[in-house]
Design a protein around this ligand. Structure first.
Ligand code: ZN
Length: 499
């Protein structure tokens, strides 16, 4: 996600930033390989005029753990928008941005769960009734699979969030029951925190039959094919292999432009009246080419960039990203687009626990953005200026916090819900993340650092990586002992300026 790091105490500090050699991306064989032996979803969903989705979800769950399982858990992020949710996906500070047309609630209701056609035992679990636990009648051995059918109804709230509708857009992010990751003896079923992107999932294959109003234009993860158009509705079949999540964005009165890079189709969808559609498409194409070149090939054949109402700057999903319609300048659009596209490498292809190790995708995406602007000088944003703005912003933030609270948290390794709020989270994860990578670059050199990113990408493509995996990748690729350096930054021991 792209946070809005707003003016702090009226002092404007801007720091979210951050070759056009033709590069072919053709790693499709790897994608095919990754799509074997993993869980899969077949979802049939209908969005009606009341903004309610009725759906059936057939999940072939593959036990890819090394233990016998008696249950399968799914995160139900849609339930965070219900009126009685105790953990809200927005803070009181950004509530007005979230609900420009007034407060609104949604809900997600599980109607039935079947296993092999028979009614199965299930319960709603989690700290905030935020997950579905399905009991398996028969133990599931490692590598065994089970077919689970879930029937659910999702009522959308009117909001500018990842999941909701507003004006002429419908954002469907985190909209279906998604298999929770099982690790260290339990499923990870954290609530939908307002800070960060509180999600964590593994790759799976998807086939989604989606029925919606004919006036909408659909952007999504995967490749869509029209299968029916009757009266006021149309139905698309959307397929995606080896993706970490599956999102759909609908827009009315929008305009789309696309460009092919080899077999990859990059599209930008803006509002009909927009004059920056070519500019935004150009930025998107440049970002994809640049990241393919420096980090490694992009494995999917489509990437949709969609302008939509959104309370933060932007949001990433596999093969589809949102850029908020509230950006004030062309350059702001460019910064958000580049950041969200960088997440295709850091989050979508290489996954991580975004709740516990948010730096691993956000700091990387933010620093990748700085590298982009260093390369494409025509945007007039120099690398040096981004670093000095980050430094100035961080030290100002630290100074203010220390003067008010005497104590400054400097760890980059807290869970998103452990940060005191959006400010602390943004300064530790985004701003400090950029300063950290710049410092590592000063010590080992740019080439070695990028080699580290590349090695990390290659090794953990389609998998889930950890902080240690990243550090070891940089260490091995660079031949430099960077563990102490990274540890010091991540644990908050490095002194930045006077702090
Ligand atoms: Zn981000």
């Amino acid at each position: 996600m792209k946070k809005r790091i707003v003016n702090f105490f009226s002092i404007c500090v801007s720091f979210i930033f951050i070759l056009s050699l033709f590069v072919g991306c053709s790693p499709y064989k790897e994608l095919e390989k990754a799509s074997k032996g993993i869980s899969s979803y077949k979802i049939t969903a209908v969005l009606d005029d009341e903004m309610t989705i009725s759906a059936t979800e057939d999940v072939v769950f593959v036990n890819n753990t090394d233990v016998i399982l008696n249950t399968v858990c799914f995160n139900l992020y849609g339930r965070a928008f219900r009126e009685d949710a105790s953990v809200k996906p927005y803070t009181s500070i950004n509530e007005a941005k979230c609900f420009p047309n007034g407060k609104s609630y949604g809900d997600m209701e599980i109607k039935s769960v079947k296993i092999g056609g028979e009614e199965a035992k299930f319960s709603i679990v989690g700290k905030d009734d935020n997950a579905l636990e399905v009991s398996l009648e028969k133990e599931l051995e490692p590598d065994e699979k089970v077919l689970i059918n879930i029937e659910f109804v999702l009522r959308l709230a009117e909001n500018a969030h990842r999941l909701g509708y507003l004006n002429e857009s419908v954002n469907l992010g985190n909209w279906f029951p998604i298999i929770a990751v099982y690790e260290r003896g339990e499923y990870v079923i954290e609530p939908y925190y307002s800070t960060g992107d509180p999600f964590y999932s593994q790759i799976a294959n998807f086939e989604v039959d989606f029925t919606y109003g004919k006036d909408y234009f659909l952007s999504s993860t995967g490749n869509a094919k029209r299968i029916k158009e009757i009266g006021d509705v149309k139905q698309d079949k959307i397929k995606a292999k080896a993706v970490r999540d599956f999102a759909i964005m609908l827009t009315k009165n929008s305009k789309t432009k696309s460009k092919k890079i080899d077999e990859l189709l990059v599209s930008y969808t803006g509002y009909e009246e927009d004059e920056n559609i070519d500019y935004c498409l150009d930025v998107s194409v440049k970002a994809v080419k640049f990241f393919c070149k420096i980090f490694g090939d992009y494995p999917y054949k489509k990437l949709d960039v969609v302008k939509a109402p959104f309370l933060h700057g932007g949001m990433e999903y596999p093969a589809v990203v949102i850029v908020s319609d509230t950006m004030e300048s062309e350059l702001d659009y460019a910064k958000v687009i580049v950041h969200e596209i960088a997440h295709q490498w850091w989050y979508a292809v290489v996954g991580n626990n975004e709740i516990k190790e948010a730096w691993l995708d956000e700091s990387l995406a933010e620093y990748s953005t700085a590298l982009f602007f260093e390369e494409y000088k025509e945007f007039g944003v120099s690398y040096e200026s981004l670093i000095s703005e980050a430094f100035a912003g961080y030290t100002l933030y630290a100074d203010i916090v220390k003067s008010i609270e005497q104590k400054l948290n400097t760890s980059m390794l807290l869970s998103v819900n452990e940060y005191a709020g959006d400010y602390e989270y943004s300064y530790m994860i985004y701003v400090k993340g950029v300063l950290m990578f710049d410092n590592v670059r000063q010590v080992i050199g740019k080439e070695r650092l990028i080699k580290g990113f590349k090695r990390y990408y290659k090794k953990y493509k389609f998998k889930v990586a950890t902080t240690d995996d990243f550090i070891v990748s940089v260490k091995k690729a660079s031949g430099k002992d960077v563990e102490g350096l990274f540890d010091s930054w991540l644990q908050g021991k490095t002194i930045i300026g006077a702090f």
